[in-house]
Ligand binder design. Structure first.
Ligand SMILES: Cc1cc2nc3c(=O)[nH]c(=O)nc-3n(C[C@H](O)[C@H](O)[C@H](O)COP(=O)(O)OP(=O)(O)OC[C@H]3O[C@@H](n4cnc5c(N)ncnc54)[C@H](O)[C@@H]3O)c2cc1C
Length: 461
């Protein structure tokens, strides 16, 4: 029997997982992606941002956090060498990209072509100069920053996350538009290195689905770290004055407010990268928001073509992109596709302190008419947090009142992005608060916060 021919377009995280999985299942796989190799996570997303944030957090901690531990240091000579930080980050991502490249080129079952692909019809594509007929295709072309069309935009001061990650000489002032993960992380990065940063966010409250105690506590901790955040603020138009931006904004109540800055960082979301793919030729339909529309099997409107990762317009996070990639690669080969399970996707904001959540919040459970039990504890009541002097934080757990199954958790505080996995595992294994209550935790650890909240919920406290 001849092998199924699978074309994967885009060699970011979703595309590499799709290609590897389709090859493992015996397909003849072509993976097309133009240079530079690596995809968003390695080249200008998760990895470079976390590398630079680590330097900024350490710098900030040395300047402001030592006295809490009874330590003192003359920090007058401490200097953040931004150019050195960016060079170190560049060297690190070059190595990561190289290793990802080798994982593809060393795979004898994947033919990698460093070129763009464009659909010609429902079962063919132009891949570089080659016309390629496929049995199945996976679109995994990722996303690009979304810049809302506000009057007065100018390239003179407009910044995206890419510009921040490449910047070797910081401006004096920056307004960040958007208090999502990218805005808060990069805003804090700049602020901790001494840039005068303000964040403006159209939403108020910041999140309707979170417990307000938790959302407010998190934003307060971020503000305390030196990053002012203005909620409920809509930017109406810009002016450019001597190369700088003047933002004309208004509050929900209609009051006007102006901000001026050397740069404006647009952290206003991302949109599917579909330019040049000619999806019309392949009869692949888009959602209203312009992303590739997929069904629960990750199949597009053309049943031969699947899509995975950011291009689907779903939650733009790495864990979902790789899961999607694996499933799209599987479904591209199987005769009967597998349903992509709705999983509890853990997400995080890597600020200081961190924010993380997984599964359902109380309000989301109530919207689904699920009666709930909840538990909540601030880090100020956790021994390890007290001795570490890291008491900014809180954890809330939501469980089903009927089955006592753990449904979700939301938290902020030191180590939240790691701690949330305890709850991710519990949800995946369908643990109840009673079964979790039997798990021993090391004392004194930050992880004990979970056990204390569960104790409260089961009445063991
Ligand atoms: C600043 C920043 C920080 C982030 N931090 C985190 C984080 O901490 N944690 C997290 O989970 N997520 C984070 N993300 C999001 C995460 O990086 C993405 O969700 C994920 O990398 C998307 O993977 P993907 O495979 O869908 O797309 P990509 O990795 O973007 O891959 C798409 C690939 O397709 C190629 N391509 C495009 N068009 C064509 C074409 N016509 N033909 C062939 N190839 C094409 C592109 O060149 C690219 O290589 C961050 C994002 C940003 C911007």
């Amino acid at each position: 029997m001849s092998k199924r021919k699978v074309l994967v377009i885009g060699a970011g995280s979703a595309g590499r997982y799709a290609a590897r999985q389709a090859a493992r299942l015996g397909a003849e796989v072509t993976l097309a992606s133009p240079p530079p190799f690596g995809g968003l996570c390695i080249l200008s997303g998760c990895m470079p941002s976390k590398a630079l944030l680590r330097s900024a957090h350490v710098y900030h901690f040395i300047r402001t956090g030592l006295s809490d531990l009874g330590l003192s240091l003359d920090t007058s000579t401490l200097r953040a060498d931004i150019s050195a930080m960016v060079s170190m980050k560049d060297a690190m991502i070059e190595e990561m990209a190289e290793s990802a490249h080798l994982s593809v080129t060393n795979n004898p079952d994947i033919r990698f072509l460093p070129v763009e692909a464009r659909f010609l019809s429902e079962n063919s594509a132009k891949v570089g100069d080659e016309t390629l007929f496929f049995d199945r295709a996976v679109v995994a072309t990722g996303s690009i920053p979304r810049i809302p069309p506000i009057p007065g935009l100018s390239r003179e001061w407009l910044w995206t996350s890419d510009d921040v990650l490449q910047c070797r000489s910081l401006p004096r002032s920056v307004v960040v538009m958007g208090a999502g993960p990218i805005g808060l992380e990069l805003g804090q990065y700049l602020a901790m290195l001494g840039v005068d940063v303000e964040v403006v966010e159209i939403l108020h409250p910041w999140s309707r689905s979170l417990d307000p105690r938790l959302a407010d506590g998190y934003l307060e901790a971020i503000r305390k770290s030196g990053l002012p955040i203005h909620l409920g603020m809509t930017v109406q138009r810009f002016e450019t004055i001597q190369g700088r931006a003047l933002l004309h904004a208004s509050t929900r109540e209609g009051a006007s407010r102006q901000f001026d800055a050397d740069r404006v960082l647009f952290a206003t979301g991302r949109q599917a990268a579909i330019q040049g793919l000619d999806l019309d030729a392949a009869k692949v339909r888009l959602t209203h928001a312009g992303a590739v529309s997929v069904d629960p099997y990750l199949r597009t409107s053309n049943p031969r073509i699947f899509a995975a990762g950011d291009v689907t317009g779903q939650l733009p996070v790495l864990n979902l992109a790789t899961y999607h990639g694996e499933m799209a690669g599987t479904n591209a080969v199987l005769d009967k596709p597998l349903l992509v399970e709705e999983r509890a996707v853990p997400v995080s904001i890597f600020t200081e302190p961190e924010f993380a959540r997984v599964g359902l919040t109380e309000s989301e459970a109530r919207e689904r008419a699920i009666p709930v039990l909840t538990g909540y504890l601030p880090f100020s009541e956790l021994g390890r947090a007290i001795v570490n002097r890291q008491t900014d934080g809180a954890l809330k757990i939501t469980a089903s009142a009927a089955t006592r199954e753990i449904l979700g958790a939301e938290m902020f505080g030191a180590g939240a992005a790691d701690l949330i996995h305890l709850m991710g595992v519990a949800i995946s294994l369908r643990a109840t608060i009673d079964s979790y209550q039997r798990i021993l935790h090391i004392h004194p650890t930050m992880a004990e916060i979970v056990r204390y909240v569960i104790d409260e919920m089961t009445g063991a406290l």
